[in-house]
Design a protein around this ligand. Structure first.
Ligand SMILES: [Fe+2]
Ligand SMILES: [Fe+2]
Length: 188
């Protein structure tokens, strides 16, 4: 499938807002790929498809996870917002024909993070939070930092996510904590 064909298919699978977000993530991710030397095409595909499983209902998500043997940890089972990353990695393979382990990882970990993530995964994680449609307190600083020091931007973004999850009373995935600790130690 070409990337234009993926775009057409994705457009039918997402709301207009989520589709525009995906295009924004793709633009930002490709800029970051250029700066940090990641494969532009792979980064574009990962960014475009990162939220491809976002529009399913909770029951559809759980059914698809069962069908495709996507194992869910206890936190993810309780927190539907996290499932679309794990499921999306499989949907990109099954529905969009993407057979690439780096793209798989980038989609799989885009919601919870992962210590020592590969460059494309890191770029998608950051681009998801700073694409042009994103507008929340502190986004400008993360945006600027992303183009100067991607690891530092990662920590800023995780901090911002944690604050927002805590303020909503949500569960925090252990991967996110492990990721933050990993990059904090790396920067010391
Ligand atoms: Fe997402
Ligand atoms: Fe997203």
């Amino acid at each position: 499938m070409t990337i234009d064909e993926m775009r057409e298919k994705l457009k039918l699978a997402l709301t207009e807002k989520r589709y525009n977000h995906s295009i924004g993530v793709m633009q930002t991710a490709v800029e970051l790929a250029r700066i940090y030397g990641a494969d532009a095409k792979k980064t574009a595909v990962a960014a475009l498809l990162h939220d491809c499983a976002k529009n399913y209902s909770k029951s559809e998500m759980l059914e698809l996870c069962e069908r495709y043997n996507v194992e869910l940890d206890p936190i993810s089972k309780e927190s539907t917002g996290l499932i679309h990353g794990f499921l999306g990695a499989v949907i990109a393979d099954k529905y969009y024909g993407v057979k690439d382990s780096e793209i798989y990882d980038a989609i799989y970990y885009h919601t919870v993070g992962k210590p020592n993530m590969n460059l494309i995964t890191k770029i998608i994680y950051i681009a998801d939070g700073i694409e042009p449609n994103r507008n929340y307190e502190g986004v400008e600083r993360i945006r600027e930092t992303a183009f100067e020091d991607i690891d530092r931007a990662l920590i800023l973004q995780i901090d911002s996510t944690l604050k927002s999850v805590i303020s909503r009373g949500g569960l925090i995935h252990t991967n996110t904590i492990d990721t933050r600790n990993f990059y904090l130690k790396k920067l010391r």
